[in-house]
Design a binder for this molecule. Sequence first.
Ligand code: IPE
Ligand code: IPE
Ligand code: MG
Length: 263
Amino acid sequence: MNKPLYLSIMEETKDMHEKIDRGKLPAHIAIIMDGNGRWAQQRGEHRVFGHQNGVDSVRETAEAAAELGIRYLTLYAFSTENWNRPREEINALMHLLVITINNEIKTLNDNNIRLRAMGNLHCLDKKVKEELNEALEKTSHNTRMDLVLALSYSGRWEIVEAAKSIAIQVKEEKLSVDKINEKLFSSYMNLPDIPDPELLIRTSGEFRISNFLMWQTAYTELYFTQKLWPDFRKNDLYEAIVDFQQRERRFGKTSEQIINCKG
Ligand code: IPE
Ligand code: IPE
Ligand code: MG
């Protein structure tokens, strides 16, 4: 007799979960949550329906990451370029953001998760800014995991902002040009205390970075899945982590050097 589908999914999830090496977890995972619109359209629904269902995936993924002991999870929620979408989709997304942030504060606190944000936050609607600031403030004491939302964010924008700040420091003679190096540049990024992500996941079968974390992903392992974001579940995160753990991160060295170093 065939097993019920839910039992198979539970077993599959358990298997994948058990394959994860707890000693080799990435400290920081970043995700480009893509495919909401297509998910909705496949069901004959408006794109916004996809965004609404994507919230469940955010919840599941954040829960799975926290349970595993991932220290930082960064989610690309709205790019600078997304401001070019139809006004009604932007409004719906902003509205969804307000409701979700508001609803999740208690869960975040119950789970000791700190909400953080990066991006050109001044551009956000007043109501979104207010809700966001409240949630940032109310969860600021939490220490188990930082859940970072990239909002009105683009990697090039962040790099240009850093360059501008550095230029001002030089102009005001507070910084000399020969002090500018990669370490200093990194310290001018939006959240400089957070280490670069070891793993970047993109859903929906697109193979591009779309202006996400351009500086921080210089040596990040990239993982692409066909799954559309509203279908992304804990097991998909486990699969990505297991895949990541099988890779050899060489950082320019030879494989032999890496193996000898381990031994
Ligand atoms: C990702 O899903 C969510 C945002 C960019 C806000 P999309 O809305 O890009 O969905 P597709 O890629 O059109 O399917
Ligand atoms: C990237 O998805 C931005 C977010 C997930 C927030 P897009 O759907 O906007 O990316 P492109 O335009 O297809 O590259
Ligand atoms: Mg998209």
